[in-house]
Structures are given as structure tokens and as C-alpha cells.
Design a protein around this ligand. Structure first.
Ligand code: ZN
Length: 423
């Protein structure tokens, strides 16, 4: 029974390659959000011809949406007419900027040996192609299947997903009464099941001082020196504390298996003259200094504790420095998520990996977030994983590529999951 399904994917190898190439050749660059309508039209033409019901949804009013760069999304649904679960494959269709260092045409979709090159090849048009072929092979070989299948191609994952999955989730597209299983074919490698991601908190910390002439700094109060004391406190006390924490989250790479803190930027004092200008900078004591913090946290940590810990750092500095004043402002936060290993979509995918690859699946967690955050928080759907072909470290790099054999193998895994859950 499943032999026919696996064979159906082998016979579609050329179609799989052609589909991935076609998708790569539509440059859906984000920013600014180019050709979103074109890629949705391309996919919907293919799916409508096979009998899928397709909705094109523009995320009107979402960040980045404009008439010049409309945020288009596509959701396709195939209903068996028989009761059963719905399995949803969600891929983002946007790709990041090309950047420097390419030796291949980033939008050529060139096949060389086992590799297809291009921006978005692994992140994640290869995964999108693999999920489509999986669904097509399943439908062709499984008469009498139950439930429904959905395939979505969504906007703006690379810029937070607010014009994509978040927009759809807010409108009920991922509510548990409509969708029961979600697979996001991000490039996590074909033998790995990604259960979720760490949490994020971005904040801006500003120290306040008093401006004075630079020749008489004793008349002022330097916000930069205050910030220096903050950085020292972080260095001496917060970093060792974060590094001492352990987690049950199997984050890869293993160095990310702890809390982390990046100081994204620092700005203090008067603005400097523009580059190339011959003007001298202003001779002033800095009356303010700002840093932006990027704190990644674990499922064992509550976001309120994470924030309180940073305020405690600032309060300790205040105890030592009588004129120290600060403000702290939240910029962005995402809760950590980790799907249970016993969730139906996890067990089904693990069994399929063993069948196709002859090895036990690896369970991983991503150091950074992706669209699962919206499905979890807004959609309230917990039965969700990322699983797809490609190597994560190639994403966003020059000469990005996806392996044809990897795409075919992960397509087989996805087809077997459909067979298990809907067959
Ligand atoms: Zn991606």
C-alpha cells in the first residue's frame, strides 16, 4: 500500500525538480515584498487544475502591505468529503535579500548534480515543492482517504510573519476546529523533527545624564559612563548566570541550549557628522545612551522573570551610582514553544522518517523563532512541527542550494504522514 505511494514520488522526481526550479525563478524578495501575487498565482493555477479549492488572501493593513507591495497569501484545500482530520502544510514564499558572494544566478534555479541553486532553494521553496508533490502522490494513490489536506504559501516569515501566518491565524485559519495537524517544511534536515523554538524578548534600555561642555565634564553627568556600568554588570553577573542555566529543549546548535543575550546596538551622545563630512563632532557630555537587547529564553523561564532579571541588573547599578537613572522599554516578545513528543503529528513523522531513511528521527528545537509562534499563540494549535529538506546553515547564505534526494526523501516522509493520518 505505502510502497505504491513511495513509488509515486519516485516517478515524480522530474516534476519535483521542475516545481522547485519554477518557484526559485519567481524572486519573492523581502524586503520589500516582491512578486507575492505572482507566486500565489503560479501555485493556485497548478492546484486549481488538480481540483483544489484555492483562496488568495491579501493581508490588507499588515506591516509592509501597500498597493506597490501587497502581502498576498495562498491557502488551498482538498476535501475528501469523508469525515477526518485536516493536515496543513505551511510554507513561507518570501526569501531574504541576495547579498554578496554568489557564484550562481540567485534566481536561475540551476540544477547541478544533485543540487538546485538559488535564493530560497532551501529556505524554503524546496520544502514547499516537496509538500506539494507529497500531497499529489498521496491523492493519486489513496482512494477512499478521509478528512482534508491544506497547503498554504504565506508572506513575510522573514520579517515576522505578520502579513502571513499571523494574519491568517487571526482569521481562524489555524484554529483547532479547522486544522488538526500542521507541518512547516523549513530546512531542518530530512531526519530531524523540529518541535519548536526558544522565546524572544527585545528591549531598549536608556540611561539618562546631563549635557555640559566637553571641556568641563564635571558640570555634566555622562549617560555613556552610566551605560558602561550597566554593560559591566551584565558582563560580570548576568552572562555567567545565563550560561549556568540548562534546558530540556534540544536546541541546535548545542551552544544555543542555554539562555542568551545579544546587545544589538549602542548609541550615545550627540549624532556624529555624516560620513565624508569635514565637520567636527559636538563637544558635549552625553545626556543619553541607548542599547537594544535581544534576549532569547527557554521554556523553563517565564518572560516576566526574564524582564525582572534585567531590571534587577539596572537596580543594582543604581545602588552604586547616586545619579543613575534609566528607562526600559519593551519592543517585542515571543513565547517559547515546544510541541510534545507524543503529539500525533510528531509520532507520525518519526515513524515515517524511520521507514524512509531507516534511522531514528532526531528531535530538535530552533534557536530562533519562525511561524510556529503564530500558530501556537494565535491559532492555539499545539500539534505543529517544522519538518523539511535542506540544511539550515545554508539559509540566507550565498550559493544557497537544496538537494534533490533530500527533497524526494522528505516528500516521501510527508506523504507517509498523510497516509498515516488520513489514509
Ligand atoms: Zn524559512
Amino acid at each position: 500500500m505505502t510502497d505504491a505511494l513511495i513509488h509515486a514520488i519516485d516517478t515524480r522526481r522530474a516534476a519535483l525538480i521542475g516545481l522547485a526550479q519554477d518557484l526559485i525563478r519567481i524572486p519573492t524578495l523581502n524586503p520589500p515584498g516582491r512578486n507575492y501575487r505572482e507566486i500565489c498565482d503560479y501555485l493556485s493555477t497548478r492546484l486549481i487544475a488538480q481540483g483544489w479549492t484555492v483562496e488568495l488572501i491579501r493581508a490588507t493593513g499588515a506591516p509592509g502591505d501597500s498597493d506597490a507591495y501587497p502581502r498576498w497569501n495562498m491557502v488551498a484545500r482538498m476535501d475528501s468529503g469523508r469525515p477526518g482530520d485536516c493536515v496543513h502544510f505551511n510554507s513561507h514564499h518570501d526569501v531574504v535579500v541576495v547579498g554578496h558572494g554568489w557564484t550562481r544566478d540567485p534566481f536561475g534555479g540551476v540544477l547541478d548534480g544533485d543540487r538546485i541553486y538559488g535564493r530560497g532553494a532551501c529556505d524554503m521553496k524546496g520544502g514547499l515543492a516537496a509538500s506539494l508533490i507529497a500531497a499529489e502522490a498521496f491523492l493519486a494513490t489513496t482512494p477512499g482517504w478521509r478528512g482534508s489536506i491544506e497547503i498554504s504559501a504565506t508572506a513575510d516569515e522573514e520579517s515576522g510573519g505578520y502579513g502571513g501566518v499571523a494574519y491568517l491565524a487571526e482569521r481562524g485559519h489555524f484554529s483547532p476546529d479547522r486544522v488538526q495537524h500542521v507541518i512547516i517544511p523549513e530546512p531542518l534536515h530530512k531526519d530531524r523533527i523540529c518541535l519548536g523554538h526558544r522565546g524572544v524578548w527585545w528591549a531598549e534600555v536608556e540611561t539618562h545624564g546631563r549635557i555640559a561642555h566637553g571641556s568641563m565634564p564635571f558640570l555634566g553627568d555622562s549617560a555613556i559612563r552610566h551605560m558602561g556600568a550597566v554593560l559591566e554588570e551584565i558582563e560580570d553577573h548576568l552572562y555567567p548566570l545565563l550560561e549556568s542555566r540548562t534546558t530540556a529543549m534540544p536546541v541546535v546548535p548545542p551552544q544555543a541550549r542555554q539562555s542568551s543575550l545579544n546587545i544589538n546596538s549602542i548609541h550615545g551622545g550627540e549624532a556624529e557628522p555624516p560620513e565624508g563630512s569635514t565637520a567636527l563632532p559636538a563637544p558635549c557630555v552625553a545626556d543619553r545612551c541607548r542599547i537594544v537587547l535581544d534576549r532569547r529564553f527557554l521554556i523553563e523561564e517565564a518572560v516576566d522573570e526574564v524582564k525582572a532579571e534585567m531590571r534587577a541588573v539596572l537596580d543594582r547599578v543604581q545602588e552604586r551610582r547616586p545619579t543613575f537613572r534609566y528607562t526600559i522599554r519593551d519592543l517585542f516578545e515571543v513565547q517559547p514553544v515546544m510541541t510534545d513528543r507524543d503529539a500525533p503529528v510528531v509520532r507520525s513523522t518519526a515513524a515515517a522518517i524511520e521507514r524512509v531513511l531507516g534511522q531514528v528521527a532526531d528531535y530538535v528545537v530552533s534557536p530562533g523563532t519562525y511561524d510556529q509562534k503564530h500558530i501556537d499563540r494565535i491559532g492555539r494549535l499545539k500539534n505543529c512541527i517544522a519538518y523539511g529538506p535542506g540544511l539550515l546553515h545554508l539559509a540566507h547564505q550565498p550559493d544557497e542550494w537544496v538537494g534533490v534526494q533530500d527533497m524526494a526523501d522528505s516528500s516521501k516522509v510527508m506523504a507517509l504522514v498523510l497516509h498515516d493520518l488520513l489514509g
